[in-house]
Design a protein around this ligand. Sequence first.
Ligand code: G1P
Length: 290
Amino acid sequence: MKVRKAVVPVAGLGTRFLPATKAIPKEMLTVVDRPTIQYIVEEVVASGIKEVVLITSAGKAAIENHFDYSFELETYLAQKGKFDLLREVRNISRLINVVSVRQKEPLGLGHAVMVSESVIGGEPFVVVLGDDLVDAEVPCVYQMLKIFERLEESIVAVQKVSLKEVHRYGIVEGEEIEPGVYRVDRLIEKPTVGATKSNLAVIGRYCLRPEIYDCLHRTLPGIGGEIQLTDALDMMRKERALYAYEFKGRRFDAGDKLGYLEATVTFALEHQDIGGPFKEFLKGLVKNLD
Ligand code: G1P
């Protein structure tokens, strides 16, 4: 079963970044020199997937335009002889085929995935959340696809978080069956303190069998009155196996101001042109901190 498509929900309002996101989608906020959504798409492409299904809402046209061919801009750059920039801009539109589907009401992540059903059909697919940027030697999605090839069951990516933080995530309870791979026995969306002893938090990478749609159709609104993907997955693990995978890499919550800054600094330090000078700048800054 080959995974050919990625679903990327981008319908959220981005209220955590207001007023910056009043007129631009949060997915277009820049980390160093690229909008966050481009990091997501590059991870997907580096994992061998070329079809991206964006789940959008009103006001998100900038994301579609970003991955589209821009005749005016490309003509201008060619005329001015700015061939390096032209190559960069062309690469973006050549990265992937994008299909957009509208999520007509903000009914939750589970609902966002459900609206992709008509374009995904009966194939396995990955879901990649735009807020979660992963810095990894081997792309996180690729790591998951390798495990999916072997186990042929749905997989959620997890990382260990402190017990104080579990209430911010979907939490997995399960048994480690091989290093870094857990058989999921239970999934709880944003548990209250004491509701679970596990600290295995789901981050925004899922590799799903198409049976998830049937579970989503049967999932009732959960926490926050929303259709939760976590609840549909908890239903699915009762009907067939579900695994959690502790990916190798560092994840940033780019939907949060501090996480966004951490991602910016990390990716800036790794940047081939500005990494060196930026490191010098930081060293000077740190010296002057008390
Ligand atoms: C969503 C999921 C949650 C997961 C998180 C990862 O929550 O519902 O299970 O742990 O993404 O980022 P959100 O952050 O959208 O509230």
